[in-house]
Design a protein around this ligand. Structure first.
Ligand code: NAD
Length: 438
């Protein structure tokens, strides 16, 4: 199959690379000249483990190319995927569809043979029908179908998620488009990965419902964590005991500083907005959004308390600022709430993150960037463990406590324990939903 992929961000690039690895001919298009230049030099513009090797392999095999020229990419393509951003529209929480609709019109203007226009971006229910109308309006002669193919990959594990998905969701209207989509996903179908073929609206809804559900699960355990702190229960024990129930499951059941990232915040907001537009309020999702904001605020209070009630004049070392490990993505990361509160409160903030600096430089003004966790902790009053990168999971706490007499720790990912911190010589330790000391 011949595929054009519009957008070379976290989803478009991973999807394009993986489709080429399936054996398809893939041309990836982006408007961003700097990104295309980088890709043509063999450089990956984002951090995603394993992507560089897989990309190089498929470029070398001649199946994967990058261009700014949409017409060239669409020429001869069986399917054109739209994988552009759908950020929150300013003011009302709705998904901003400007980029999707622009891409649809641009495709229509250059296409001259039957194609399937596939929306991979996360879009509100009804968008694929709007895409269909926009393409037909821009090119009334064009023979085409639309398909909804929401993406479920997780940044940091994107290749594995794409190659070994829990399921693939395809929303289509006719057999012809269904056949094209089946041919594209044939390598997964042959390996028995579930492929759900459904209507356009259901496919669009599945994506939002799944993300809102996961955000709810995280927020639920975060709320339980707050209650654990008051009652003496240990949220790690509670989530273990809950998660072993097969009906509940242990994933997305870890208490922490609140969900963030490029999907959950914007997708919960968009679902709430869709509900309002259809006069079916998404009350659970709306509450999740409010509670998650409170969770993030509570983390600021927690660290401030550890600073004796004021950030002013304190030196704080922050370990990890990306929204989760193994990505350089900072979109809606909890650090964007916490760190500015510390800096604004008069703290000196020393930040270390294996991949966060490229984006973080502009997003976190006033911080010092430090190479590693030990150096960041030197002379600090408080150590905040914010993103659980592997290299922060087995720190030599004793070495840290020795380098910073009186050091206290806010372990917002529950990696360590009060006992670990006390034994290492820390002066105080707080976690999320479990006992601390000091
Ligand atoms: P991104 O912002 O990283 O990438 C979007 C890319 O599209 C950018 O490089 C931009 O330059 C390009 N672009 C925009 N308009 C264009 C056009 N008309 N022609 C060519 N290129 C254009 O976004 P992302 O994180 O990859 O997300 C894309 C979509 O996938 C969103 O709807 C998102 O909700 C969804 N999604 C994201 C993830 C994730 O983990 N990031 C997971 C599942 C689904």
């Amino acid at each position: 199959m011949k595929i054009a992929m519009i957008g070379t961000g976290y989803v478009g690039l991973v999807s394009g690379v993986c489709f080429s690895d399936f054996g398809h001919d893939v041309v990836c298009v982006d408007k961003d000249a700097a990104k295309i230049d980088k890709l043509n030099r063999g450089e990956v513009p984002i951090y995603e483990p394993g992507l560089d090797t897989l990309m190089a392999r498929n470029v070398d095999a001649g199946r994967l190319t990058f261009t700014q020229d949409l017409a060239k990419a669409v020429s001869g393509a069986d399917a054109v995927f739209i994988a552009v951003g759908t950020p929150t529209r300013r003011g009302d929480g709705h998904a901003d569809l400007r980029f999707v609709m622009a891409a649809a019109e641009e495709i229509a203007q250059v296409a001259d043979h039957y194609i399937v226009v596939v929306t991979k971006s996360t879009v509100p229910v009804g968008t694929n029908r709007q895409v269909k109308e926009a393409v037909a309006r821009a090119n009334p002669q064009l023979d085409f179908d639309v398909a909804s193919n929401p993406e479920f990959l997780r940044e940091g594990a994107a290749i594995d998620d794409f190659m070994k998905p829990d399921r693939v969701v395809v929303g289509v209207e006719g057999d012809r488009a269904a056949q094209v989509m089946a041919d594209i996903y044939r390598p997964l179908y042959l390996r028995d990965f579930p492929i759900i073929t459904t209507d356009l609206e259901s496919a669009e809804m599945i994506k939002y419902a799944a993300n809102a559900f996961l955000a709810t699960k995280i927020t639920f355990i975060n709320e339980i964590a707050a209650l654990c702190e008051r009652t003496g229960a240990d949220v790690k024990q509670v989530s273990k005991g809950m998660g072993l129930d097969g009906r509940i499951g242990n994933k997305f059941l870890h208490a922490g500083p609140g969900y963030g990232g490029s999907c959950f915040p914007k997708d919960t907001r968009a679902l709430a907005r869709i509900g309002q537009e259809h006069a079916v309020p998404m009350q659970i999702t709306e509450t999740v959004i409010t509670v998650n904001d409170e969770v993030k605020r509570r983390m600021v209070d927690k660290v401030r308390d550890l600073c004796d009630g004021s950030f002013n004049g304190k030196t704080i070392a922050v370990l990890g600022v990306t929204f989760k490990p193994n990505t350089d993505d900072m979109r809606d990361a909890p650090s964007l709430t916490l760190v500015p509160a510390m800096v604004g409160g008069g703290a000196r903030v020393r930040v270390t993150d294996p991949q966060g600096r490229r984006e973080g430089d502009a997003l976190l003004p006033g911080v010092e960037w430090i190479e590693d966790a030990y150096e960041a902790a030197e002379g600090a009053d408080v150590l905040v463990l914010l993103t659980e990168w592997n290299e922060f999971r087995a720190l030599n706490l004793k070495r840290m406590a020795e380098a910073a007499p009186g050091l206290r720790m806010a372990d917002l990912r529950n990696i360590y324990s009060a006992e670990d911190a006390r034994d290492a010589g820390f002066d105080a330790y707080v976690a999320v939903g479990r006992a601390g000391f000091g």
